[in-house]
Design a protein around this ligand. Structure first.
Ligand SMILES: *Cc1c(COP(=O)(O)O)cnc(C)c1O
Length: 358
């Protein structure tokens, strides 16, 4: 039996996607070759790449003024690549610091320009989303992390701003509709909510590029990848293929609006159980709770029971519930591919635990 997979990333993929991916690893569409052993210049792979781009465009309603790229290096490379491609030396970039991933993005941007951290939730252990700050008009861009995978907070609305808007959507891309016109650059490592590890989706408004004076290494220049449709060098073919299958599954199951409804129902089921329990408390501020990563801890008196709870989870086939090493406690990642039945299985563990120890 398949376990209930609450891992934060790499994370759960839809069952039909895994089946198709497994079949294609042996024989892609009956051509007598694995998808893993065909040329990235073949008609077959070109079609996969074109479908991946088309599906991303359709799901997020991406207009022609944006390029859609599938790159390598993870979201971590986008921390520096975005800054490198958008900032001249001395230029100002504004960041909102909502967790470890934001902090890493800030560190990299400082290599290429001046960084102002306009708001931070570090004062309360990144348990909330800062609000009500003014964005300097002379900023080259504003950078946010839409969903804080480690701390379990998520932006529910975007700040009003005139400056270009850069967003790390690694852990909530395709989880809900977004008004794409608000953004100038979006990046997302695939392995949370879009596919397997190995590729990073980049959506970039073309007219913000080409304005920096520094010489960009060829591979680190977005314009290289735009000119060569993500195939300047050998792209991560299997990661792109499985991401394409996953996007197709999102489309076939109703698109982003239906996905958002299912994600809301799953998160409600879990948060309601946490709120009703006497043993557990949620980590994130209620209004900023993530629909993707629910973080919770045992109350002070019950703290000693952490290993017992994890053992109960394991016995119920619920895996990946241990919190990030920097935060402790528990984290249940309930990405798009997670069925509500799996969330219900975890909720049952919480309820039984609460009945026994509460
Ligand atoms: C996982 C994650 C990253 C880092 O992704 P890599 O692909 O490992 O570089 C960055 N930002 C967020 C929000 C993440 O969840």
């Amino acid at each position: 039996m398949k376990k209930h997979n609450f891992n934060a990333g790499p994370a759960i993929l839809p069952a039909p996607v895994l089946e198709k991916a497994a079949e294609s690893a042996l024989n892609y569409e009956g051509i007598g070759l694995s998808v893993l052993e065909i040329s990235h210049r073949s008609a077959e792979f070109k079609s996969i790449l074109a479908q991946a781009e088309e599906l991303a465009r359709e799901l997020l309603e991406i207009g022609d003024e944006y390029a859609v790229l599938f790159l390598t290096g993870g979201a971590s490379s986008q921390f520096f690549m975005s800054a490198m491609n958008l900032l001249n030396e001395g230029d100002l970039a504004t960041y909102v610091d909502t967790g470890s991933w934001s902090a890493k993005a800030i560190k990299e941007a400082k290599v290429f320009g001046e960084v102002e951290v306009i708001a931070s939730s570090k004062d309360k252990g990144y348990t909330y989303i800062p609000k009500g700050y003014a964005i300097p008009e002379n900023s080259k861009y504003l950078h946010l992390t839409s969903n804080n995978t480690i701390f379990g907070t998520q932006f529910q609305e975007w700040p009003e701003t005139e400056v270009p808007f850069v967003c790390d959507m690694s852990s909530d891309i395709f989880s809900r509709p977004v008004d794409l016109s608000r953004f100038d650059l979006i990046y997302a490592g695939a392995q949370k909510n879009m596919g397997p590890a190995g590729t990073t989706l980049v959506i970039v408004k073309k007219d913000i590029l080409g304005k920096v004076e520094r010489t960009l290494p060829t591979m680190l220049n977005y314009e290289t990848h735009i000119a060569k449709s993500s195939a300047f060098n050998t792209p991560p073919v299997y990661a792109i293929y499985v991401s394409m299958l996953t996007m197709k599954w999102v489309k076939e199951t109703g698109g982003l609006t239906a996905m958002a409804h299912r994600n809301e129902a799953k998160a409600k089921l879990l948060y309601d159980a946490i709120d009703a329990s006497t043993c557990f408390v949620g980590v994130a501020a209620t209004e900023d709770r993530s629909l993707m990563n629910a973080t919770f801890i045992l109350t002070e008196e019950k703290k000693g029971l952490a290993d017992q709870f994890l053992a109960d989870c394991a016995a119920a086939q619920c895996v990946g519930v241990k919190g990030h090493r920097s935060v402790g406690g528990f984290r249940a990642s309930i990405y798009n591919a997670m069925p509500i039945e799996s969330v219900a299985a975890l909720v049952e563990v919480i309820k039984v635990f609460d009945g026994k120890h509460g």
